[in-house]
Design a protein around this ligand. Structure first.
Ligand code: GLY
Length: 353
């Protein structure tokens, strides 16, 4: 898998012009959803290289991350004369970059694409690392391919208009990057003033956060080993996300990850000796900023079963990434059902739910 360029923009116009110039093409397409078409695309209107770009607009939110929307993008590309040498720009959150990346990497066996993520979650996670795909058969990201964008352009100015929920959703993935990298990076994340955001400081931290992911993806692009470190918090997080969806009370991905981190840090403490004081610091941050996901002991079996469905498991064994210390990653950890139920008890007690 070729390495993608991830650029922390000083000015989106210049970075995008350069990225497009470095990618010879015949026709240029720009994919947005109905929100980014209205709110973000106008901010690109003075960029000369985009003047002749053909717009493709899809429905917003995860609900539209499906085969039908994907087919509509293929249809638009085909109907408007895209060739194997065309270039697609994806402007939006993770749904647009995942679906657009998949559309591009399958159209005529693959055309080049550039990601311009507009949410914090997409900037620090979804748009970087080459995972593309759609939901299918009720399962998230069930169909997809590894196919990196040619360039990913991070314009943190978009974050100024992000609502608090989407800010915290992305921030959970940054916390995860802090936990799997260095105590210094984790400390700056935990002490960041999330009530009065310093956007210049945030930009620096986004740059650091993305570098953590880039370094890991470069070592293991297709998740055979160390890339599993990026799954910290996700084994339990995905189960919370699925339960919430099934019970008609959906939660944003990053919230589920933040609550999943609380659980998986407890497992890290119990099983591989993660320091208790650090675990408490992270739990306090999550408690103060994310609240708690409410469930009771009658739902433990259901959560356990949902954890078993995670596509990162093999041979029916629930796979965890745990930490011995900040940055000391223990891959392919397993545990028994009783310990997982104990973990749920711990979570409910410390989160007060
Ligand atoms: N979101 C985790 C990964 O890209 O591997």
């Amino acid at each position: 898998m070729s390495k993608q360029k991830v650029i922390l923009c000083e000015g989106l116009g210049n970075s995008l012009t350069l990225a497009i110039e470095q990618c010879p093409h015949d026709k240029l397409f720009i994919l947005t959803d109905e929100h980014t078409h209205r709110l973000c695309l106008p901010q690109l209107k003075d960029i000369a290289v985009l003047k002749n770009a053909t717009e493709i607009i899809i429905g917003a939110e995860d609900l539209h991350k499906n085969l039908e929307t994907l087919a509509s993008v293929w249809q638009a590309l085909s109907g408007q004369g895209a060739t194997r040498h065309s270039l697609l720009i994806n402007l939006g959150g993770g749904m647009v970059t995942d679906l657009g990346g998949f559309a591009a990497s399958t159209f005529k066996r693959g055309i080049a694409y550039i990601n311009i993520p507009t949410t914090l979650l997409a900037m620090v996670d979804a748009s970087v690392g080459g995972k593309t795909g759609i939901n299918f058969n009720g399962l998230k990201n069930e169909i997809g391919v590894f196919a990196p964008a040619t360039s990913v352009l991070l314009e943190t100015e978009f974050l100024r208009s992000l609502d608090a929920h989407n800010f915290f959703s992305g921030y959970a993935e940054m916390l995860k990057h802090g936990l799997i990298s260095t105590p210094e990076h984790l400390a700056e994340l935990l002490s960041f003033d999330t009530e009065k955001i310093d956007y210049v400081g945030l930009k620096t931290m986004v740059g650091r956060s993305v570098r953590v992911k880039e370094d890991i993806v470069e070592q293991d692009p297709q998740e055979h080993g160390i890339r599993k470190a990026l799954n910290l918090g996700h084994t339990v997080g995905h189960a919370f996300e699925s339960l919430a969806l099934a019970e008609n009370r959906p939660v944003l991905h990053g919230y589920a990850v933040a609550w999943g981190l609380v659980c998986e840090l407890y497992l890290s403490y119990i099983k591989v000796g993660f320091p208790k004081d650090r675990m408490r610091q992270v739990i306090q941050f999550v408690n103060e900023n994310y609240g708690g996901f409410v469930f009771n002991c009658k739902q433990y079996d259901r959560l356990y079963e949902l954890m078993g469905h995670d596509k990162k498991n093999a041979a029916g064994i629930i796979n965890f990434t745990l930490l011995k210390e900040v940055g000391e990653i223990c891959l392919n950890q397993t545990t028994d059902k009783a310990t997982i139920f104990e973990m749920f008890d711990f979570y409910r007690e410390c989160m007060g739910v």
